[in-house]
Design a protein around this ligand. Structure first.
Ligand code: 5GP
Ligand code: ZN
Length: 116
């Protein structure tokens, strides 16, 4: 997938609409179109990096910013105290379907472990 064809790059440019909940200079947070929990928000870097591993290698500070923004999203939805989960699916075998790194922020219902 090229950057030009990347769905989440198109959300960054506004070519594909999304319900944005938070934005920083380098990141964007928007609600997942198919939510799996009352809070289900995706936090992405505006720059295109395919996976968390690629991002960690290239720009560790930006990865840290994703985590800070994920916490701010949870606080904004009032689930920081009850608890939330941050998931980075990595590779198609783990269910990654969009190869622009994204943190899933999930909360607002009982989140057991292991997930089910
Ligand atoms: P993955 O499976 O790659 O970890 O997660 C991709 C996520 O993107 C899925 O949870 C899916 O529901 C979400 N998604 C796919 N297309 C769109 C879209 O056009 N808009 C939004 N907001 N979310 C999307
Ligand atoms: Zn992209």
């Amino acid at each position: 997938v090229t950057v030009q064809d990347c769905l989440f790059c198109k959300i960054v440019t506004g070519d594909v609409p999304a319900t944005v909940v938070r934005e920083s200079a380098r990141t964007l947070a928007f609600r997942d179109i198919n939510p799996q929990a009352p809070t289900h928000v995706l936090v992405i870097p505006k720059d295109h990096h395919p996976t968390i591993a690629a991002l960690a290698k290239t720009d560790a500070e930006l990865l840290a910013e994703l985590v800070r923004e994920a916490h701010a999203v949870a606080a904004g939805d009032g689930v920081d105290e009850s608890g939330y989960r941050v998931v980075f699916n990595t590779g198609s075998g783990a269910g990654q379907t969009v190869f622009h790194v994204h943190a899933h922020v999930l909360g607002g219902r009982g989140l057991g472990w292991p997930p089910g």
